[in-house]
Design a protein. Structure first.
Length: 146
């Protein structure tokens, strides 16, 4: 994906603001659907849901670091779940009142890709559950934590 996507980077923290037509050219169709159209993958379809390798999860649209593997937990909700983002500015929180529900959408802090939602039924120490579409995640092994 990196060859087709010139803004993808694990180190560049500059904000990305591109027209949807540009995103559509750069991203695979499934990533575009989740990231730019606020789609949702079917539950229990992501290989990351039960993924246990040690490393870092990144935004598949821009490469922004999102979560460390040691904050991932089995929530039973059907999507990869984390209790804390990697950094304060890595995630943006937006009210989501679609589908007759009141939820908090989480977006990538760099490119504003739709990631999923955050709920207050997670484990300690935060009590939060970041319910994230696996399609919008990339993973890189390493760093010595779970």
């Amino acid at each position: 994906m990196e060859k087709k996507n010139p803004i993808y980077s694990h180190t560049d923290s500059n904000k990305v603001n591109l027209p949807e037509e540009e995103w559509k050219k750069m991203l695979p169709a499934d990533v575009f659907y989740i990231a730019r159209m606020k789609g949702t993958e079917r539950p229990w379809t992501s290989p990351f849901e039960k993924h246990k390798e040690i490393g870092t999860y990144y935004c598949a649209a821009c490469g922004n670091p999102l979560f460390k593997s040691d904050t991932k937990f089995e929530s039973g909700c059907g999507w990869p779940s984390f209790y804390e983002p990697l950094g304060k500015g890595n995630i943006i929180y937006t009210p989501d009142n679609s589908h007759g529900m009141s939820r908090t959408e989480v977006q990538c802090g760099r490119c504003k890709a739709h990631l999923g939602h955050v709920f207050d039924d997670g484990p300690p120490p935060t009590g939060l559950r970041y319910c994230i579409n696996g399609v919008i995640l990339d993973f890189k092994k390493g760093d010595g934590k779970k």
